[in-house]
Design a protein around this ligand. Structure first.
Ligand code: PLP
Length: 394
């Protein structure tokens, strides 16, 4: 029997990070001692107090049945407390907060609530792949806006053509930004909301994945500027090394949250309640996030020094655990990633995680991404290997 798959799946390329995983596996099978800066998955352990909270909650919830779709009341309260503590914004945990199975699920399914066939969703490039893939699976059309060095890696919303603005339902933003490390200034956020409201475009701000991994000024939230027409996405994955727990939350305009909840009740049955209990404990703790930030700060310093010593172009990163490193003149990101692979250093070529814009600009072509997730000793080892490269001598 012929298995006929949907056009939607047939048109979707393999998930880029699955390809990187396969490459790393193949190198390791060949005995290469690899330092893997490819996929942004932390290698440090989930904190003990979170693991203990799961064990305790699993026992306490032994007869709990299905989780609440929108999140346990205590978890939603912890999320609202978190937003108030971080940004001074008071949210109603019943109406303005919902739990997610991590941001990937929420980002991917979000357009199902708002996008009809042919509607436009504005997506940054480089950008997290579910922005565009979720849009396409919902029948929408991504319009790619480039994050360019000359624009300080901010979306130039004023440059988006009028007809696109009129057809757009949603704009995805992601600051602190993966992979450029850019933090959005307050005045940019204010301008964004003003621009979006003029066209009735929902601002879907994927701001809470790396919000606590910053090295200068603390990043602001879009919620500090306003909540009408806004939804923000937060995740415990990177904040507390909880990628395998699959838990996060969304917050914002209750009209948007209620539609998200309606979609979600049809998609899954909620994050296991004992995981939400542990996530609530994690959100209420500040020390662990501060400790993680210092670990990333140290690794970042080591790598930035090594990259500068190798005479690579200066690399800006104000936040996140990514470095968006430009290739030297005359080399593409793919070339640079290839050179690094020769010394067992795995990175992601920028163009693997970027899409060309309607004008044919691919903003990732000249870059590679480092995810500073290997343990500190491996980062030191990679820095030592980089010492053999000197791009002045090419
Ligand atoms: C920009 C961005 N948003 C969202 C996510 C999703 O995180 P999770 O689904 O683990 O919550 C990631 C994960 O790497 C990310 O880089």
């Amino acid at each position: 029997m012929e298995i006929r798959i949907s056009q939607r799946v047939a048109a979707t390329p393999p998930y880029p990070f699955a390809e990187i995983d396969a490459k790393v596996r193949a190198l390791r099978e060949r005995g290469v001692d690899v330092v893997d800066f490819g996929v942004g998955d932390p290698t440090s352990p989930t904190p003990d107090f979170v693991v203990a909270a799961v064990a305790e909650a699993a026992r306490a919830r032994a007869t709990a049945g299905y989780p609440a779709y929108e999140g346990d009341p205590d978890y939603r309260a912890a999320a609202a407390e978190y937003i108030r503590r971080e940004f001074g914004v008071a949210l109603d945990p019943d109406r303005e907060v919902a739990s997610t199975a991590g941001s990937k699920e929420a980002v991917f399914h979000f357009p199902l609530g708002f996008v009809d066939g042919g509607d436009v969703v504005i997506c940054p490039t480089p950008g997290y792949p579910p922005y565009k893939n979720g849009t396409r699976f919902a029948g929408g059309v991504p319009y790619f806006v480039p994050l360019l060095e000359e624009n300080d890696f901010l979306i130039d919303y004023d440059a988006i053509p009028e007809d696109v603005c009129r057809r757009a339902k949603v704009i995805w933003t992601n600051y602190p930004n993966s992979p450029t490390g850019k933090v959005a200034p307050g005045e940019w956020l204010e301008g964004l909301l003003k621009w979006a409201r003029q066209y009735g475009i929902i601002v879907a701000a994927d701001e809470g994945c790396y919000h606590e991994v910053y090295f200068g000024k603390r990043p602001a939230s879009v919620l500090e500027v306003g909540r009408e027409g806004v939804i923000v996405f937060y995740s415990l994955s990177k904040r507390n090394n909880m990628t395998c727990y699959r838990v996060g939350f969304v917050a914002g305009d209750e009209r948007i949250i209620s539609v998200y909840k309606k979609v979600k009740t049809n998609v899954d049955s909620g994050t296991p309640t004992f995981i939400q209990d542990a996530a609530a404990a994690a959100l209420r703790d500040r020390d662990h996030a501060a400790q993680m930030r210092e670990e990333y700060r140290a690794k970042r310093r080591v790598m930035l020094t090594a990259l500068a010593n190798a005479a690579l172009p200066p690399c800006q990163s104000e936040a996140t655990f990514y470095l968006w490193q430009k290739a030297p003149a005359g080399m593409s990101g793919v070339d640079l990633a290839g050179k690094l692979l020769e010394i067992g250093v795995v990175t992601t070529p920028g163009e693997w995680i970027t899409d060309a814009t309607a004008e044919g600009v691919n903003p990732g072509r000249d870059f590679v991404r480092f995810a500073l997730v290997p343990p500190a000793v491996q980062v030191e080892a990679a820095a030592a290997r980089l010492a053999v490269l000197d791009f002045r001598k090419r």
